[in-house]
Design a protein around this ligand. Structure first.
Ligand SMILES: Nc1ncnc2c1ncn2[C@@H]1O[C@H](COP(=O)(O)OP(=O)(O)OP(=O)(O)O)[C@@H](O)[C@H]1O
Ligand SMILES: [Mg+2]
Length: 308
């Protein structure tokens, strides 16, 4: 049997009185993409930092952790040589150009110059940055900077790539490009761990999603399976909540969620929702399949992108 790439049992991490991660357990299979999905303050970054040794877990006799067989509490350096990290903040040298940023990092890793020159060429090509090799970082767009940080994380050809919100704030085109690159790395055997508060990101590239909120695991599983097992298939979304009164009788007993701006009716019976939609003006509703955002709302009563 394959030994999982990462195993975590009963992990706790607090900052003073605040528990940032509470009793988290999960397993990551090798060469798969595992994603932590949760709103601001869920504990995603903290969880990742504990794994790559940047934050210390609380001491607990229950806690077990291994990353490729090494315990982050003792073998930080071994884990560092096996992994590449894309932190939430870019941390590039803005006065240096693209190529120089990669070179100083390669030197820092002790990669011999000839080998690193070849690797840098390959990475510039792979992350589609060749044309910008001589541009200073402060002249780059947000998407280019992010691609450069990903290239930097790949310098030592890591078996594990850790990405903290790889595409937050980027336009859809760059996000697609980054997702394509991550899929291609996974095919090459790289294990990918990422955090996101975009449900589409988790849905698009993660084999397993761990939905977390306020330091706790809410649900874990394959995205499609989570939807099949935990939420109705469809949702009728009313953009004018005042219309809800007209549907009261027809949708009696259907689960709903109401906020100031909209009413959501959830049902696996699409015909019923279609009939309800037929009573409304086009433009006053959306009828769509449910997604991870709906599942998060159902599980926590909150939105993924709600400000804390
Ligand atoms: N160094 C720290 N000192 C004190 N509290 C911290 C520290 N780092 C994080 N926290 C707190 O721990 C909780 C979890 O933070 P964390 O950064 O892990 O969340 P996150 O899920 O990554 O959020 P975001 O989506 O905003 O990046 C938050 O309440 C945060 O304020
Ligand atoms: Mg974070």
């Amino acid at each position: 049997m394959n030994v999982p790439a990462i195993e975590v049992e009963h992990l706790y991490k607090s900052y003073g009185a605040l528990t940032a991660v509470h009793d988290l357990c999960f397993t990551v299979a090798g060469s798969t993409c595992f994603s932590f999905l949760g709103p601001n303050g869920a504990g995603k970054t903290t969880m990742m930092k504990v794994l790559y040794g940047k934050a210390e877990a609380d001491r607990s006799s229950e806690t077990r952790m291994q990353v490729f067989g090494f315990d982050p509490r003792r073998d930080q350096l071994r884990i560092k040589t096996l992994s590449g990290v894309v932190p939430q903040e870019n941390s590039l040298d803005v006065e240096l150009n693209v190529q120089q940023n990669l070179r100083i990092f390669a030197d820092f890793y002790g990669i011999p110059r000839r080998q690193s020159a070849e690797r840098i060429e390959w990475l510039l090509e792979f992350m589609e940055l060749r044309d910008r090799r001589s541009a200073r970082v402060r002249e780059l767009s947000g998407g280019m900077k992010r691609r450069l940080v990903i290239a930097r994380a790949l310098l030592n050809d890591p078996a594990l790539l850790i990405l903290d919100e790889p595409t937050t704030g980027l336009d859809p085109q760059v996000r697609q490009l980054i997702w394509d690159k991550l899929r291609s790395l996974k095919r090459e055997g790289v294990t990918i761990l990422l955090t996101t508060h975009y449900m589409d990101e988790a849905f698009q590239i993660a084999d397993t999603v761990l939905i977390m909120d306020k330091g706790h695991k809410v649900l874990e599983g394959a995205p499609q399976q989570l939807l099949e097992q935990h939420i109705e298939k469809n949702v009728l979304e009313l953009t004018r909540p005042s219309q809800a009164a007209r549907l009261r009788q027809l949708l009696d007993g259907v689960r709903s969620d109401t906020s100031d701006e909209r009413v959501l009716y959830y049902s696996s019976n699409i015909e019923l929702l279609q009939a309800a939609a037929g009573q409304l003006e086009p433009g006053d509703y959306y009828l769509r399949q449910t997604n991870l955002e709906d599942l998060f709302l159902k599980s926590t009563g909150r939105r993924l992108n709600e400000l804390q």
